[in-house]
Design a protein around this ligand. Structure first.
Ligand SMILES: [Zn+2]
Length: 218
């Protein structure tokens, strides 16, 4: 049995095959959407994101040439400049939503996927996956991307714009982040974490019982 998270309809769910999805007949909410090789795809994409993260954040994104005056900046220097110009709250918000949280999200997703693929998910994996879900609405790389696009469109006629390495790394990072969360089969992740964690608990219990018997051979 499963419950629709949107309209609370109780349904007797049948597991759909990869590529198919189970939709609530009453409100149209997607209940289950299995993805083929979800764990492997999510793990590779989150690792790609982690590799692209430092150059995307610390290397210059764009170089603007206005009447011979060149200026360039990275996401990190722009957040620093905001704080230095007195926009302390905005600077800190940019720092957290476009650097700290997206990085922690990718790291958690990679660690959870790796533990599941190794068959070693445990209580800590549950906490990490819960933290990942909690942080979901706080990562705002996409908003930063819109800001960059608006800048490019606004300055297209006024300045010569050169795209730097950081820009392409940032596009790659965005792609890896979006794809990693779209390939994430949440149901499969929870099922795998639960079954692997229960199996390791049972194994620990059995080992403890054996140890006790060895100490008291009654
Ligand atoms: Zn529904």
């Amino acid at each position: 049995m499963t419950v629709c998270p949107d309209c609370d309809l109780l349904l007797e769910a049948q597991m759909p095959h990869p590529g198919e999805k189970l939709v609530c007949p009453r409100c149209g909410c997607t209940l289950l959407a299995p993805v083929e090789n979800s764990v492997e795809k999510t793990m590779v994409l989150s690792l790609t994101g982690l590799i692209l993260f430092p150059p995307a954040i610390f290397l210059p994104l764009l170089t603007l040439d206005i009447l011979g005056l060149e200026s360039s900046g990275s996401i990190f220097t722009s957040a620093k400049a905001m704080v230095a110009s007195g926009f302390v709250f905005t600077g800190i918000a940019v720092f957290f939503t476009s650097m700290v949280i997206p990085f922690i999200k990718l790291l958690l997703l990679f660690l959870v996927s790796m533990q599941i693929s190794l068959g070693k998910a445990n209580g800590a994996t549950t906490l990490m996956f819960k933290a990942y879900k909690k942080m979901d609405e706080w990562g705002m790389l996409e908003v930063y991307m819109i800001g960059i696009l608006v800048t490019i469109i606004k300055l297209l006629h006024m300045a010569k714009i050169e795209y730097d390495v950081g820009f392409f790394c940032f596009i790659g990072l965005m792609g890896a982040t979006i794809l990693s969360s779209s390939f994430l089969d949440e149901n499969l992740y929870w099922e795998s974490i639960f079954s692997q964690a229960s199996a390791s608990k049972t194994a620990c219990q059995k080992a403890a019982d054996k140890g006790e018997k060895a100490v008291h051979p009654a």
